[in-house]
Design a protein around this ligand. Structure first.
Ligand SMILES: [Zn+2]
Length: 461
């Protein structure tokens, strides 16, 4: 099967140029000018950009948490991703207490198998560390899971102590894995939450009060300090505040290998959502919480100047009815998370590229190239080059559309960006050379996504 993507403007992290792309058996075979090529299928990309398929390295499909399960499974979630221009995700597998790491990975492979419509990988979440785990970490890296995640939040559940983080960072470095850290101080959150609840402050508006910006900045600084002691790289997930970013910036300026990710919700939405009447604010209960708008300028600056390398989503949807409602009487029981797997490119393109805050090439870097490099997928994924997978997005920058739960594909009963006027839309989305979405309609099949055996962390990118 051969395909010609014709007449488009190719955009990578480094270049913007007009050329055709010849695809053979799912791989980019040639880039050039092929007016006469004999192919099975021609896709007209004239007037559009051709982008590498986007990569979302922070998703939670079918995640069991707080007595419920996130509402997108590996089918609905990846269909939504595909329609929005994302062709690869990295989700999470959990270490099961006392069990081999491979067992946690197997459970998630089984959940994705037969369902995922785009390619996928997993980070492995670590909560316990001992000599056996140290050995198994190397096996997991060989099996294609070259990143671990741990939490400085969620006391009594996934939180690890500083000593454990230190040895995890050090061991990960040794075996070619990147350590991703959720940076919020779980001890402090625990105290603040109990204090608020004991004072009868149970409504949703107190969620952000239980985890203020300082809680994140402290943990970010601590994770960086431990990474420095371990001589290891560290990746800070969902960074949200100016203070945390300042810690990352200062560390990078000193030559430390520190990476940061942020998400559209922290760039576009702000803490005033928690003042919405009734229980509406529960739609925005996530951790870290939305911040005062004053932090957003710093985050945009960080995206532009390279202090933040990745924009992912932390997609973790729960229906407002019956799921978010579990916490009607107690904010600490509201399942944490919001949908975003489908809307990332719309939001970042409209607010970032169209408003002149970031270049088109920087946009591609943030959503595709840098994530591919950091997480062992480059150059198979994350760019447009001969030999790369033909994961492509034909992006029409002229289309204007309004985001709504009525038309989005995410399996959840609300959208945090309802009514947002977006610029730009994928007219064609291809996964390994096959058209899987056209103009917002999914055309692929369940189970065609493949598990990606990722390469080890490559060193500084
Ligand atoms: Zn997350």
């Amino acid at each position: 099967m051969s395909t010609l993507v014709k007449g488009g403007t190719i955009v990578t992290a480094g270049d913007t140029y007009e050329a055709d792309i010849l695809i053979d058996n799912g791989i980019i075979a040639l880039i050039g000018n092929f007016l006469e090529a004999q192919v099975d299928q021609v896709i007209d990309a004239s007037g559009s950009y051709v982008l590498p398929g986007a990569i979302d390295v922070h998703t939670h499909l079918e995640l069991s948490v707080s007595g419920t399960v996130s509402s997108d499974d590996f089918y609905t979630g990846t269909v939504a991703a595909a329609c929005g221009g994302t062709t690869t995700i990295i989700d999470y597998a959990d270490q099961m207490r006392g069990e081999p790491l491979a067992k946690g990975l197997e459970a998630r492979l089984a959940a994705a198998r037969g369902k995922a419509v785009i390619d996928y990988g997993f980070h492995l979440v670590l909560t316990d560390y001992n000599a056996r785990v140290a050995g198994e970490m190397a096996e997991v890296v060989s099996a294609g899971v070259s990143s671990f995640k741990c939490f400085l939040a969620y006391k009594g559940r996934s939180m690890i102590d500083d000593g454990t983080l230190l040895v995890l960072l050090s061991r990960s470095k040794e075996i070619g894995a990147l350590t991703c850290v959720h940076c919020e101080n779980g001890e402090v959150i625990d105290v603040l939450t109990r204090k608020l609840l004991s004072e009868g402050k149970t409504s949703t508006r107190y969620h952000p009060k239980s985890r203020p910006p300082e809680v994140e900045a402290e943990a970010t600084g601590r994770a960086i300090a431990l990474a420095e002691m371990a001589l290891a790289p560290v990746y800070i997930v969902h960074l949200t505040t100016a203070q945390s970013l300042e810690k990352v910036r200062a560390a990078r300026a000193r030559g430390l290998t520190v990476y940061a990710e942020t998400c559209p919700q922290y760039l576009l939405l702000s803490a005033d959502k928690y003042d919405e009447p009734g229980f509406e604010a529960a739609k925005y209960v996530m951790s870290p919480p939305l911040r005062p708008r004053s932090h957003q300028g710093a985050l945009w600056t960080g995206l532009g100047n390279g202090d933040i390398q990745v924009v992912a989503t932390d997609h973790c949807p729960f229906n407002f009815k019956e799921q978010k409602e579990l916490g009607r009487e107690d904010f600490s029981r509201i399942p944490n998370g919001a949908p975003g797997i489908e809307t990332r490119l719309y939001l970042l393109y409209t607010e970032g590229v169209a408003k002149g805050r970031i270049s088109l090439n920087r946009f591609v870097d943030l959503v595709a190239t840098a994530p591919a490099k950091l997480f062992g997928l480059y150059p198979k994924k994350g760019t447009i080059a001969v030999g790369s997978d033909a994961d492509l997005v034909v992006w029409d920058p002229k289309v204007r559309h309004v985001l709504s739960v009525e038309t989005l594909h995410q399996n959840v009963d609300y959208d945090p960006y309802e009514g947002f006027e977006a610029m730009g839309k994928p007219t064609v989305v291809m996964s390994r050379g096959k058209v899987i979405a056209k103009n917002g309609t999914f055309l692929g099949q369940a189970g065609t996504g493949a598990f990606l055996r990722r390469k080890p962390y490559p060193g500084v990118i």
